[in-house]
Design a binder for this molecule. Structure first.
Ligand code: NZQ
Ligand code: ZN
Length: 384
């Protein structure tokens, strides 16, 4: 096991009706900027709950943070927040609203352009932020990461800001989620766990078992999440699994990969495809190309998560990749670039970008642009 420091300061406030706790959670005297996406919270009643809970408090509203939040929009929020001297931020929405609010939190205390913060990869001082989560996937409600797009140049990069002070997770807020968003959220969560698990074998029995517990839970609940009637307890498991999948809990002392995310962000930046959908295409392809380094962990996951028990190690590893891809397909997501309508020009541009950037990807920091080209080629053909 590698050395590590674990510190996660986010207070989780979980369960139905918990939005009513907001006045106790936000210190008195704060000028609070509420940040929102495109309006889902108006339609599902979450906005009404938030403003009712904060009645009498000093509020500024900012609307319009897009899915895959853009620096162009967030600059406007920062300007408004500076003008109104905001000193607390409450993000009400999914990963995009929360990520965008992390950039606002840093931008309010920064004199230059917000894109500098993204390019540096690390924020300086930040205004405190908290969240009311309405879409489970990213773990942004309990981590310090954020991913911001620049639409003008079709770029999308991650940076580290601050952890939310608290996050309210009420599974009832998920009742209104379209099934497609839930599918993307499940795929995203699954791949978050895999980025931290599908690496070097035998580093930590405990991290392996926690990760496998999350993966098994996702496989268990996925069919129930596709039925028309929302089930509170199933949504509660989904919500908590997504949060625990990316809150630093399952990566203590173990190597991490994240190459699939780096490639997926490029697909989103160039085509606008939803984040989770990109991962369902890239991860199985990455495993096919890197099977030599991933084989031992694939055999373990096959046995413990997908009931693959027979054959040589190579046969079991290959069968595990087939089961993983079938799992993503069972969510209703395309698992090939052709199925998703992504052109070969996008593939070429992604490889060109990685050649230019000279980034070191994968748990061994040795994935070459040629391998990225091979991963994309393997991700292309529609399944027979
Ligand atoms: O904008 P509104 O109207 O709110 O609609 C949203 C949006 O269109 C809608 N939605 C959210 N909650 C809803 C709802 N619709 C009905 N009922 C509800 N309760 O869902 C759409 C997608 O929301 P979004 O926030 O974009 O989804 P998600 O949570 O998947 O966030 C995706 C973003 O997070 C980044 C991704 O790259 C992407 O930009 N990620 C952030 C990470 C992090 N901070 O740690 C890690 C992830 O790997 C990921 O990269
Ligand atoms: Zn993700």
């Amino acid at each position: 096991m590698n050395n590590f420091i674990y510190h996660n300061p986010t207070k989780l406030v979980f369960g139905k009706g918990q939005i009513a706790r907001l006045p106790k959670l936000i210190p008195a005297g704060k000028r609070i900027m509420l940040t929102f996406g495109g309006g889902s919270v108006k339609r599902n009643g979450v906005y009404d709950q938030v403003v009712a809970a904060l009645e009498g408090r000093d509020l500024v509203e900012f609307w319009g943070i897009e899915a895959n939040p853009s620096v162009e929009t967030l600059r406007e929020a920062i300007a408004l927040g500076k003008e109104r001297k905001v000193d607390f931020l409450l993000a009400v929405g999914g990963g995009s609203v929360i990520d965008g609010t992390k950039l606002i939190a840093a931008g309010l205390l920064y004199d230059g352009d917000a894109w500098d913060i993204v390019l540096k990869g690390q924020a300086g001082k930040t205004v405190p932020l908290a969240t009311v989560l309405t879409m489970s996937a990213t773990g942004s409600e309990m981590n310090s990461g954020a991913v911001i797009s620049r639409y003008e140049t079709k770029e999308k990069y991650a940076f580290y800001g601050d952890y939310p002070v608290f996050s309210i997770l009420d599974p009832e807020t998920l009742y209104s989620l379209p099934k497609r968003q839930v599918a993307c959220g499940l795929a995203d969560t699954f791949v978050h766990v895999l980025e931290q698990y599908m690496t070097t074998p035998h580093q930590s029995r405990l991290m392996d078992r926690w990760a496998e517990g999350l993966l098994l839970t996702l496989v268990d609940i996925a069919p129930a999440l596709r039925t028309p009637e929302p089930d509170y307890d199933v949504l509660a498991d989904y919500m908590l699994t997504a949060t625990l999948g990316l809150n630093d809990m399952i990566c203590m002392g173990v190597n991490q990969d994240w190459a699939t995310h780096a490639i997926g962000h490029e697909i989103t930046a160039l085509t606008g495809m939803a984040h989770g959908a990109t991962l369902a295409i890239v991860f199985p392809a990455l495993l096919r190309v890197l099977i030599d380094t991933k084989e031992a962990k694939l055999v373990q996951m096959g046995e413990r998560v997908f009931d693959v028990h027979y054959g040589t190690d190579r046969e079991r590893a290959l069968e595990t990749i087939v089961r993983l891809e079938a799992f993503f397909a069972s969510l209703g997501l395309p698992t090939r670039l052709d199925e998703a309508g992504v052109g070969e020009d996008v593939e070429r541009e992604i490889v060109r970008r990685f050649e230019e950037r000279n980034w070191k990807l994968g748990e061994h920091k040795n994935i070459t642009p040629a391998q990225i080209a091979a991963i994309l080629a393997s991700a292309r053909p529609a399944k027979a």
